[in-house]
Design a protein around this ligand. Sequence first.
Ligand SMILES: *Cc1c(COP(=O)(O)O)cnc(C)c1O
Length: 371
Amino acid sequence: MRPTYIEINLSAIRHNLEEVRQAVGPERRILAPVKANAYGHGMLQVARTALEAGASMLGVAYLDEAVALRQAGIGAPILIFGSELPENAPEIVHWGLRATLCTYELAKALSQAAVRLRRNAVVHIKVDTGMGRIGLKVEEIREFLRRILELPGIVVEGIYTHFATADGSGDGEFALAQMEHFRRVVSQLRKEGMELPIAHAANSAAVLRFPSAHLDMVRPGIMLYGLEPFPGASYLADIRPAMTLKSRIVFLKEVPPGASVSYGRTFVAGRRTRIATVPIGYGDGYPRALSNRGKALVRGKRARIVGNICMDQLMLDVTHVEGVRVGDEVVLIGEQGDERITAEELASLAGTINYEIVTSLNGRIPRVYKD
Ligand SMILES: *Cc1c(COP(=O)(O)O)cnc(C)c1O
């Protein structure tokens, strides 16, 4: 078998959920976002672990992801974050999924499916308080609720919003303004007798930065995986990365000064250089943007990526690594000896965010679970 794999430490995920619990207190529900293959960590195993550790709901982006969870035997409540097209309503109701609702067309289709299947369609109303992605405007909510509550089979279980800047870009003022809009509309509706059992707003960043946003349920994703929702977040909670990305050296050579490495000859050796080839590339979702920038660990030492990253292989300069051999372990994300390479470090070298680094690692890399 190819020596490249991702190791997922499920106890780290359990620990991180416990950290969320510490931050939000015993009464609040925790929804575990497992969209995008659980941020690259493996949807099923993470879902099971999070539920065992006390999450009461799962969150996915699309219907397909929710159906995959159901087909694997997961019966827990699942909220679909995206706005689904009306044609998907029968499947949503059939699988007993919670839909995010912000269009009347979807409400009508869900109602029809619910009546036909003699079940309820459970929905969470989405309010756009400033994210500008999906959701009803604050001033539209009351009329919308009035209309959909006339539809048979629709049960409104929740109402929620999503922050645009909780990650700390800016001074938090915008996020707090979003929060205020949301709290005002929810408390007004409740005062008028509208039943809205679960109001929720907080992603990971808001779990850590805005206790006033914890409400009835929180939706921490990135933090569950031990990654920072914003720089410095790990000072606010003891979060532990769950993912290690490993491979092994499959080929070693020495090249003379002037020799080039890989496509495009973007690296030319300035001295005698020992080059190691590692079987991982952009075809696995390892970013090509890390060409001549990324680092990996070999025998406890940092080694830099030289030349352009290929689809299936990349090359490291291991001239300074004593005793290096074919078969040596290479850690691309994670710890080895006293050294550590984080998704955050790679993200900053590649000009992206840690979320994209881990979610890009695709199904070609096997996941191995340890507990
Ligand atoms: C992805 C997502 C989350 C989780 O966000 P993190 O920043 O990973 O904590 C929460 N809510 C919604 C609606 C999402 O799409």
